[in-house]
Ligand binder design. Structure first.
Ligand code: SAM
Length: 226
């Protein structure tokens, strides 16, 4: 059974999970300006900046105070965790070990984020993927984890085209999007729509295997050279 989510869930992955999803190292990120889009409780932004990397996060939730985000993160984690037991055969458990391991990882992610969010609010910019509040080509690398393609029952083909147009506008070198399947575990139809769209013919697209496969069969990331 797919996860049943009526709105985009505020659950966050760790820096380590980002490294695996996007196959990136500290060396790859060093000296680059990186944007984490739909970053949520971005452990990636928090840990990356502590490591000396230049990472900016953007998400609509950054209009909220830390304590409001904490309440929503706790509630959404419960919602997702309550559905995992009935769905556990849809997932690989080698990374997290078991359901409790997922909870521990997600709680660690948002707790680290909350501290950094309060101490360094300028790294967290409120904004939506369809209208990013940044200048043209402001970032070398842009990452999108667990929004585009995944929630294709909420965002239409036109929404995806508009989102991708914005990613191209703010990025100088490379865009990576993970995953490429939707919540039902089907290949999202909008992936090919973007790759084949005449508007984006100048860009190079690769579907690459990532080192992260929690939902079985959901391991491809879309990598775009701008
Ligand atoms: C499932 S979370 C993913 C968080 C993080 N990227 C990760 O992979 O751990 C999805 C995030 O998308 C954000 N979101 C929802 N609608 C959005 C929009 N229109 N533009 C940008 N972010 C959005 C939510 O606030 C939420 O933080």
């Amino acid at each position: 059974m797919p996860l049943n989510l009526e709105r985009v869930a505020l659950v966050g992955r760790t820096y380590n999970e980002y490294k695996r999803m996007f196959n990136i190292t500290k060396e790859y990120l060093e000296g680059k300006k990186t944007l984490d889009v739909a970053a949520g409780v971005s452990n990636f932004c928090a840990i990356g900046n502590v490591m000396g990397l230049d990472i900016t996060a953007v998400d609509p939730i950054y209009h909220l105070m830390a304590d409001e985000i904490e309440v929503q993160a706790e509630n959404d984690l419960e919602l997702v965790m309550n559905q995992l037991p009935v769905n556990s055969s849809n997932y690989n458990w080698d990374f997290y070990g078991d359901i409790e391991g997922v909870r521990v990882s997600r709680v660690k992610a948002y707790q680290t984020f909350l501290k950094h969010y309060q101490a360094h609010p300028k790294k967290y910019v409120p904004g939506e993927i369809g209208k990013l509040p940044f200048k043209d080509k402001a970032f070398d690398t842009t990452l999108v984890s667990h929004l585009m393609f995944l929630y294709d029952h909420m965002f239409s083909a036109e929404d995806h085209i508009a989102m991708f147009r914005e990613l191209i506008r703010v990025t100088k070198n490379e865009i990576m999007i993970f995953p490429t399947k939707n919540l039902s575990g089907e290949n999202c139809k909008w992936v090919d729509l973007i790759i084949q769209n005449h508007e984006f013919l100048d860009h190079t697209f690769r579907l690459e295997k990532s080192h992260f496969e929690f939902q079985k069969g959901n391991y491809l990331r879309l990598r775009v050279t701008v």
